[in-house]
Design a protein around this ligand. Structure first.
Ligand code: DGT
Ligand code: CA
Ligand code: CA
Ligand code: ZN
Length: 585
């Protein structure tokens, strides 16, 4: 294996430091911006940047221009980049440890590290704290008593800026957004409020909330918002916008617009930045220019109350927020080839759920009842499989026989729903499954998932996934990348081999809807579709109230350009049984 194979996180952190150094050294703004764009895009990839490079596909990534490509090429082939070293030369290393503390960007970090001769990263934050306590920071040019106090406070509570903070799960941000909507309902003069930014694009994680509002009285609306009881600190208070940090540490940027021009404001702050840049270029080619206030054509500025009319004016169909990632959505829009995205109402049933028989907290009967209430045609129960090693073959056979009887009875008793009997079986470290084939053959279907040994090298991870896919009794690979947002990186197999094997063996990859999984990740969903791999979306509910997680999986699938036809649990009972290879007993 090549020793220069480094993780996406490392690549991004190397680029971020170069960007900071370029900033300090006053590099050309276009060059700086090119780096910013590339970083924003690379930061959101789950596919390995190294792999893309190795497969000659790195150039396809939007934002990776010729110069950045050349540098990454050098990084991956040589292990380091001469020009990066040159750019960072003469800068005190300590500055890189200071960037990201709230109020400290690249330039301030440089000034501080330089003034106090902070040469190493280690201990840099502590040193700054000492100098602030001694009142030495206020003496520096460009700093004052106020910024010293802010730095001291930020260091004391180790408050990082939005860009360095841990990103918040979409589902958590959603709770906050609901409370803000509720509170803002009381504001008069307000005619529309919608959280934009990454939240509206349904990103798996959210950096901060951007909320454009339409109002006939901006002053009143802003004043009302600033009295929101959850605000911990007000950062900016203007007549067109304000920013505050909430007690849960989430930052909210509120912007006001007139109702007549709200469409352009919503569009601008929905982003993504890269989408907006590409859209601006497209508009320029038609002699129009875009801003958060409207579209300028000749000397006239046109206003739009909503987004569809904004896109229409540009000669484009409406582009769903989930597609606005700055990849190929504008080209697709021009050619009228945007996907017809899947919706929650398309789902007809699901096959990855747990009960009190394993680690669930609702009983089998309760889960079935909840699925009937949702109008599902079928429900697969896939508890973690009992272990043959600890219980012995005979006991496991007994458990299966008993459960089969229970499920048969449920299926005979009512006509609303068909219950499938499956297990979620571990893909073990040695690439075998947690249950022997003769036991698997007694089940209606099998979900195979990796739950342990995530740190194996990529050949081993690839082999494990391939072995599971090739097992004749396995129908579905559960949460294929194994990532846990903010906790565990995705595994990094040769995805092309995994997709190929899934397609050739007619197996299904799961999109798991748990808010901290969302796995397959959005970019892998898009890849899987291009390989013509079938997918299901699962709530992986461990309790009746978790069936509602399905919507997060839908959002994630939509970000991966999935249509109804790509997701097989949009099929009715008999078609699903056929497509999924369910072995009804
Ligand atoms: P986040 O907060 O990190 O999860 O991601 P976003 O996409 O919400 O990013 P944020 O909060 O920095 O900015 C919100 C939107 O505002 C962004 O999606 C597009 C727009 N925007 C921000 N900065 C720029 C910019 O420099 N150029 C353009 N064209 N749009 C921008
Ligand atoms: Ca944001
Ligand atoms: Ca923001
Ligand atoms: Zn599960």
């Amino acid at each position: 294996m090549n020793s220069n194979r480094i993780s996406n996180k490392e690549v991004v952190s190397i680029l971020k430091e170069v960007l900071a150094a370029m900033d300090v050294k006053n590099f050309n703004v276009f060059r700086v911006r090119a780096y910013q764009n590339a970083i924003a895009i690379l930061d959101n990839l789950t596919v390995s940047i190294y792999d893309l490079w190795e497969n000659g596909r790195l150039k396809e990534i939007p934002g990776v221009g010729a110069s950045i490509y050349a540098h990454l090429n050098e990084l991956f082939s040589e292990g380091k980049v001469k020009e990066f070293d040159a750019i960072k030369k003469d800068l005190p290393e300590g500055m890189f440890a200071l960037i990201g503390i709230r109020g400290i960007g690249a330039r301030k970090a440089f000034k501080l590290a330089n003034a106090f001769k902070i040469k190493t990263r280690e201990g840099a934050v502590e040193k700054i704290k000492e100098h602030a306590e001694k009142g030495e920071i206020r003496e520096l040019e460009g700093f004052g008593e106020k910024s010293e106090k802010d730095i001291l406070e930020a260091v004391g509570q180790f408050k990082m800026t939005k860009n360095e903070k841990e990103r918040v799960l979409y589902s958590k941000a959603e709770e906050t957004v609901e409370r803000i909507y509720d509170y803002m309902k009381e504001a008069d003069a307000l005619s529309h409020i919608e959280a934009a930014g990454s939240f509206r694009r349904k990103n798996a994680t959210i950096g901060d909330l951007d909320i454009p509002v339409a109002t006939t009285d901006p002053d009143k609306t802003i004043k009302h918002f600033l009295k929101f009881p959850e605000i911990a600190e007000i950062l900016v208070k203007g007549d067109k916008k304000c920013s505050a940090v909430l007690k849960n540490d989430l930052q909210v940027d509120l912007r006001v617009s007139t109702p007549e021009a709200y469409g352009a404001m919503l569009q601008y702050f929905t982003g993504s930045k890269q989408h907006n840049i590409l859209l601006r270029n497209f508009a320029l080619s038609k002699n129009m220019s875009l801003s958060e206030y409207g579209i300028k054509k000749g000397s006239d500025i046109y206003e739009f109350a909503d987004e569809p009319s904004f896109y229409k004016f540009l000669g484009l169909p409406y582009i769903e927020p989930e597609l606005r990632n700055g990849s190929n959505e504008i080209e697709a829009a021009i050619e009228n080839k945007l996907p017809d995205l899947i919706e929650l109402k398309d789902i007809k049933g699901e096959v990855h759920t747990h009960t009190t028989d394993s680690d669930g907290i609702s009983t089998l009967e309760e889960m079935v009842e909840a699925a009937i209430a949702l109008g599902y045609e079928y429900l697969g129960i896939s508890d973690h499989a009992p272990s043959v090693t600890s219980r012995g073959y005979r006991e496991v056979s007994d458990i299966i026989k008993k459960k089969r009887a229970v499920i048969n009875k449920i299926n005979e008793k009512q006509n609303f729903i068909k219950v499938f009997f499956g297990y979620e079986v571990n893909i073990l470290a040695d690439a075998t499954l947690g249950l022997p084939d003769e036991v698997l053959s007694e089940l209606d279907y099998v979900v195979a998932s990796i739950h342990t040994s995530f740190n194996q090298d990529r050949e081993q991870i690839t082999d494990r996934l391939l072995a599971a896919i090739e097992n004749p009794y396995v129908n579905i690979i559960g949460h294929p990348s194994g990532r846990l947002l903010n906790q565990r990186d995705p595994v990094d197999p040769a995805w092309d081999k995994v997709f190929l094997a899934a397609r050739d063996n007619n197996k299904i990859l799961e999109i798991n809807s748990q808010p901290d999984r969302l796995d397959l990740t959005d970019d892998l969903v898009k890849e899987a579709i291009s390989w013509k791999v079938k997918m299901v979306i699962s709530s992986d509910a461990h309790a009746t109230d978790q069936f509602s997680h399905m919507k997060y999986g839908i959002y994630n699938a939509r970000r991966g350009w999935a249509e109804k036809k790509n997701i097989i649990n949009t099929l009715g009972f008999s078609d699903f049984v056929k497509e999924a290879g369910i072995r009804l007993k």
